[in-house]
Design a protein around this ligand. Structure first.
Ligand code: FAD
Length: 446
């Protein structure tokens, strides 16, 4: 039997010529597009799902972490993340928590979906929803000429002078042959759900007590209330261990397996706590499984855990953060957290073991930085990577992957794309000018 079929060559229509094309419409991608549009660029924004926001909206992940330094004293993050928080405040759609290492802003993710639509509309960006990036054509110098997208209209091309890959999985970067690896112990994906009737239940203990009966793995996750006292919580209780969701077969498996976990949760409550049945209600399932980690790409600089934990300063720093190094045990059951102040805790099946990764008494950093060099490569003259695909070792990645930090990489990508319009290769953008532009747009540069 033949293992391939011949697909006839074809001419693909160019549906749009723009200055910047952003692939992936999480806040990272939207913020890249909006920053560039505010500089006057003609921008296309391509998202495969039915809404913008990525894991925050399609995945129901409702927590943005700290925008202050590690002592909760100085503002270290501003820009579009805080603009969005202000917009959500006006809609009673955000809770602000003080001095809380687990959450600073708790968002109503449905309202976030609506606000992202507004932001995109106001900015003049040309949006494409339900549109999948699926290939690229290249210039002689190795730059991207155009990207191919598919949607209800079929296959078409968008031509641009600069491209931002904010797909998380680095679908364009992969086609640009940027070297990447997929770690054997990936941080696993999770299906989140909004559920009523579990508010006062220690779900972790209950789940693990009954999990064998429902054939689900031992696990440990979290849940969170949503703003304005709504009678539901967001539950991110389980993980699909070992799944690399940048692989189509595993992605399909993970979606169904993650939902099977939610079904098991609901059924174990129905069976073992029948008195809750009158109030128990599954309100919402994430429309796409929440992805923590897939391909890891190499850029001009790989950010390391040591640089993060010691708060190394970079002349081309484009983002600040404080979120702890957070590594999910790949086999499940908990995390290791390493804090900037030197503490370390291993949490495994409700057991906490505290230690220190650095001796008491040494100076500690109050925040860390991400250099622009972790987003670009000299062999990809018009590509910028943004979001969770940027170059970081596993420990650094465990810290910087959170949204309030990734959002800043999007903003930097948008500003850098504007600076690259004169033909400057993206990796040669002047870092001082980039930082100035970021400040002008409300970002905090330290
Ligand atoms: C269960 C869970 C809990 C988490 N908890 C927190 C938390 O509490 N706080 C926090 O800040 N972070 C949390 N994270 C991490 C955080 O959500 C992610 O690291 C972050 O969303 C990464 O942002 P991103 O923009 O790089 O990627 P994503 O949010 O994954 O966005 C990528 C976007 O690209 C689109 N896309 C992908 N491929 C294509 C394509 N080929 N064509 C077109 N579009 C494409 C996707 O649909 C998506 O919209 C959590 C993650 C998970 C899974």
């Amino acid at each position: 039997m033949k293992t391939t079929v011949h697909e006839p060559a074809r001419q693909t229509p160019v549906i749009l010529d723009v200055d910047l094309c952003v692939l992936g419409g999480s806040c990272t991608g939207v913020f890249a597009a909006v920053r560039a549009a505010r500089r006057g660029l003609r921008v296309a924004l391509v998202e495969k799902q039915n809404r913008f926001g990525g894991v925050a909206t399609c995945g129901l992940v409702c927590i943005w972490h700290n925008d202050l330094d590690d002592r909760y004293e100085e503002q270290i993050i501003g820009g579009l993340s805080l603009e969005m928080v202000d917009r959500l405040k006006r809609r009673d759609a955000v809770d602000v928590r003080e001095r809380n290492p687990d959450a600073r802003y708790v968002l109503n993710t449905e309202e976030l979906t609506l606000e992202l639509d507004e932001l995109v509309r106001e900015s003049g960006v040309t949006p494409f929803l339900h549109t999948y990036y699926c290939g690229a054509s290249f210039r002689e110098d190795g730059g991207v000429e155009a990207v191919f997208v598919e949607n209800k209209d079929g296959r078409s091309a968008i031509r641009a002078s600069v491209f931002v890959d904010a797909t998380g999985d680095g679908d364009l970067a992969k086609d640009c042959r940027v070297p990447f690896s997929v770690r054997p112990d990936l941080q696993p994906p999770t299906t989140c759900a909004k559920i009523a009737g579990l508010e006062d239940l220690n779900m972790r203990a209950f789940y693990n007590e009954h999990r064998e009966e429902f054939d689900v793995p031992k696990d440990a996750g979290w849940s969170c209330s949503i703003p304005n006292g709504a009678p539901v919580r967001v539950h991110a209780e389980t993980h699909v261990f070992g799944a690399n969701v940048a692989d189509a077969t595993q992605f399909t498996f993970a979606e169904m397996e993650g939902r099977r976990h939610i079904r098991a949760m609901m059924d174990m409550v129905r069976k073992h706590m029948p008195e809750r049945r009158a109030r128990l209600c599954l309100y919402d399932l994430s429309s796409s499984i929440g992805v923590r980690e897939t391909r890891r790409f190499r850029a001009e600089h790989q950010l390391t855990e040591t640089e993060v934990l010691h708060g190394v300063r970079f002349p081309d720093a484009i983002a600040n953060g404080t979120y702890r190094v957070d590594i999910h045990y790949p086999e499940g059951g908990g995390h290791i957290f390493r804090y900037l102040d030197g503490r370390e805790v291993s949490i495994r099946h409700n057991e906490r073991k505290w230690s220190r990764w650095r001796p008491e008494g040494e100076d500690t950093a109050l925040f860390y930085q991400i250099p622009y060099r972790s987003m670009v490569r000299r062999d990809c003259p018009n590509l910028i990577m943004a979001g969770r695909m940027i170059d970081a070792d596993p420990g650094a990645y465990g810290a910087i992957r959170v949204m309030i930090t990734m959002n800043q990489t999007g903003e930097a990508a948008g500003e850098a794309a504007a600076l690259a319009q004169d033909g400057t290769p993206t990796w040669q953008i002047d870092p001082a000018t980039l930082r100035e532009r970021l400040s002008e747009g409300g970002s905090i540069m330290k």
